[in-house]
Design a protein around this ligand. Structure first.
Ligand code: KG4
Ligand code: ZN
Length: 361
């Protein structure tokens, strides 16, 4: 296979990765793209819990308050100073625009002040690259299932920076479905971990919830019907005067999500002849999904990769990792880089990036 030309810098290259796309202020120092020297995550979950979900303006304000502390802590924990850093990578989309702008402004200020290269990074790409940190020998081509609070994507990665989206959700993201169903069951926020725990005590066959889009060679997803089916079930049980079996509903809902994610991923991998499958994003923390997809891959002789839990949810290390590989490919952001709420994976606007040059000086 013809690989894209990579111009790797001398070893020991330090990238500062900044992530503020949603409700985590996260900064990391990464060496040579895959070695994490520090990864600091300031979660805003307690702030948003009282509203039952992320409030965009609250998120932006929290990022503004904490970002410099998180940067300092990441440098201290890595045993480095800004003078040691050689590149700044920052998430510029997709996500909440006000939240993204805080990270973009901070990243620009740091890079501009020290005349360092700046790389704007796609958050979804970041989730995928979390696997490169986890598995140092991993190389494309591969198929990635990226499942988070905002996204559900099946992405074929042919080379670094080369993607083809083969499937995505038509409505709710998988994590969004977990969060909404957890709210219906009054389990708490964010819902994923609560449903995961409740499901361990429930019967996954108790309620036969729907599995959407079962057409051949169609790898899109849909979870809004499933969420409505859970609501209908809860209302019906109430009307009948039955006590709600929360653990059974959680287990049956989770089984429906996991079945669809696993079946489509395996079918897509076989159809496209992919021998490596990656799982990533916040929902990749789900114990049943990790286990079921791992087992299904094994039965088809497909190698399976999933990051540790801390690399599944939002973090700065995965952003630094993408930034490093983009840098090696000659990609550099301009100083007018801006936030893009609905950035598509693989998309790069010329107005915010320099043309790629073959020979780097
Ligand atoms: O990737 P992430 O941290 O943020 C986004 O980019 O959206 O993902 C957060 C999502 C939330 O919807 C949360 O409920 C879900 O990941 N999540 C889980 C689990 N842990 C987190 N979903 C299912 N099971 C889990 N154990
Ligand atoms: Zn994320």
């Amino acid at each position: 296979m013809n690989r894209k030309q990579m111009n790797k810098p001398a070893t020991g290259w330090l990238t500062l990765g900044i992530e503020t796309s949603c409700d985590e202020t996260a900064v990391s120092v990464v060496e040579d793209g895959r070695k994490v020297l520090s990864s600091v995550v300031a979660s805003q979950i307690p702030e948003h819990r009282k509203f039952g979900g992320v409030v965009p303006e609250v998120a932006s304000r929290q990022h503004v308050e904490t970002i410099t502390q998180v940067i300092d802590q990441a440098l201290v924990e890595a045993g480095k100073t800004m003078g040691d850093i050689q590149q700044v990578a920052v998430t510029y989309g997709p996500g909440l625009v006000g939240a993204l702008l805080v990270g973009v402004a901070a990243g620009k200020a740091l890079a501009y002040g020290r005349d360092l290269p700046l790389n704007g990074v796609n958050h979804i790409e970041g989730h995928l690259y979390a696997n490169f940190i986890q598995s140092p020998e991993l190389e494309p081509p591969l198929l990635a299932l990226i499942v988070s609070g905002g996204h559900t994507h099946l992405v074929k990665m042919t080379d670094y920076g080369e993607y083809e989206v083969l499937g995505k959700t038509r409505d709710d993201a998988a994590g969004e479905a977990f969060d909404k169903v957890a709210r219906l069951l009054e389990l708490g926020y964010p819902g994923g971990p609560f449903i995961d725990e409740a499901a361990k005590k429930g019967n996954p066959c108790a309620v036969d919830f729907p599995r959407a889009i079962q057409e051949e060679n169609n790898w899109d997803f849909s979870f809004s019907g499933l969420k409505s089916a859970v609501l209908n079930h809860i209302n019906t049980e109430k009307m009948k005067g039955h006590p709600l079996q929360v653990n059974d509903v959680a287990a049956s809902f989770q089984q429906a999500v996991v079945d669809v994610l696993v079946d489509k991923t395996i079918d897509c991998a076989l159809h496209h002849g992919m021998s490596q499958v990656l799982l990533s994003g916040g929902v990749a923390a789900n114990s049943q999904l990790r286990e079921a997809l791992g087992r299904a891959c094994k039965s088809k002789n497909i190698s399976f990769h999933v990051p540790d839990l801390t690399l599944c949810t939002d973090n700065g290390a995965m952003i630094a990792c993408v930034g490093y590989y983009d840098y090696c490919l000659g990609i550099r952001s301009r100083w007018n880089l801006n936030a893009v709420a609905s950035l598509v994976i693989g998309e790069r606007q010329n107005k915010w990036f320099y043309p790629i040059y073959e020979e780097l000086t």
